[in-house]
Design a protein around this ligand. Sequence first.
Ligand code: KIV
Ligand code: ZN
Length: 531
Amino acid sequence: MKARQVDSESAHEMAERRKIYTSHFNQMALKDRKVGEVKIFDTTLRDGEQTPGIALSKEDKLRIAELLDELGVHVLEAGFPATSEGEREAVRSIVNRGLNARVCGLARANKNDIDAALSCDLDYIHVFIATSDIHLKYKLKMTREEVMERAVSTVEYAKDHGVTVEFSCEDATRTDLSFLKEMHIAVQEAGVDVINVPDTVGVIAPEAMNLLITELMKVTHVPLSVHCHDDLGLAVANSITAVLAGAKQIHVCVNGLGERAGNAALEEVAMDLLAFFGVEPLAMSKIGQVCKTVSRITGYPIPNNKAIVGNNAFSHESGIHVHGITGHASTYEAFGPELVGMSRAIVMGKHSGAHSVRDKLRELGVEVPDEYIPEIVQRIKELAESGKHVDDAELIALTDHIISRQDHEERVKLKEFAVFTGKGITPTATVTVEIDGDSNTVSQIGVGPVDAAIKALRTAVDENLLLEEYRLSAITGGSDSLAEVTVLLRDSNGTGRLYVGKGIGTDIVQTSVDATVEAINRRYSIIRKEV
Ligand code: KIV
Ligand code: ZN
């Protein structure tokens, strides 16, 4: 009993140190299932490049290979040399780069493909041939005996050239089990070094993967590897299950790239191995940057909600969540973002509450008296309801605006405002303002809607207020960015003083009107103070 407590305490300590907060049921279920060393075989440059729409130049491939090497992948499948001379050049350049990772090339089970791979100076070749009846009948038009004979002779041919050979029965998860076992036995006799089990069409369930690997382990004495596709969303789960059943290597692609729905995502597999088994096959803190760079080079965006490396993976918006996170990150995070080189973001939106806003402002170095927080929250919610999310720069500008506006009284109130404009139409604005309770409605035309609106306001209140300066700037980029308008009015009758007003909003005309009304109110509050 006592020993167990010590165990669970130390597991807890390790989780705290690494900031990993997964379920205690994992420990209950997995504590006796040690997985040992697991190798990461990255196929971003081969299966990943087969992602529809991706074509990488030699330089792109080399850059990605270097990044993967820095990450610490054990094997790097650099390409499919038989495809073209360009592909061979790219593979050669990666081989000659002197990376720490083993560099491998793919080959079909025939001598020409092996020769193409050998011509790239590769010392690791991944040979495959399909073994499922579906593939034999509709694609290869070969018998099982012919397939086995071809696999054996190709493995022998490659081994005669002194290279490491990994062999795959393509579509293994739809291959008859006894034939699959016979294939494994036959290629081992031919001298194969590693046997990979591809779930080519992503069709196996985790329980079935457990059964398959357990069965294959009975006849396989070289390391077993798995290559899982994500057609049913189970590539990572199946890879982890295979490791639990005895597989020693996982094929992955950065960002889950790969044919159709992709392959098991490198970043997810690596994090799961660490979180569930304490196995750390890669330099975890480099993962975020590598995934982002590969996304940029391939032109394949990372979905916002992508596990581990998506923009939202460590973003918190709702007040309840932000409150929790502020107490302790474990409340709403499975692990700390720094573990994988990402960072946490508190996002302002419809679900933000006073806690999130105050914490976010503090994080941005802005201390705001409590009385302003409700209005800032209110403005963020209004903007969010109209589809606008407020980023950091916009939040600071909005806060500044709300605080600076509180230092004058509102004697002039805008009651109604309409603007009429369009192609071939003279822009016309109508405003109704109330000055100390007296209402006044005025229409004016202008060279544009903003000009018409400001003229109408000045006419309604005091024509001696001249527009001295008008400034418009987008706080951030993008067509939905918040615009900041600054209006300077000069009192031409008397003092010649300048009065400034600022507005922030998504609608430029409305924001210009708000800024003008603010400048007018500054003028009026000064008049009252002087009286
Ligand atoms: O998915 C697959 O079966 C493959 C093979 C080439 C291993 O990519
Ligand atoms: Zn594949």
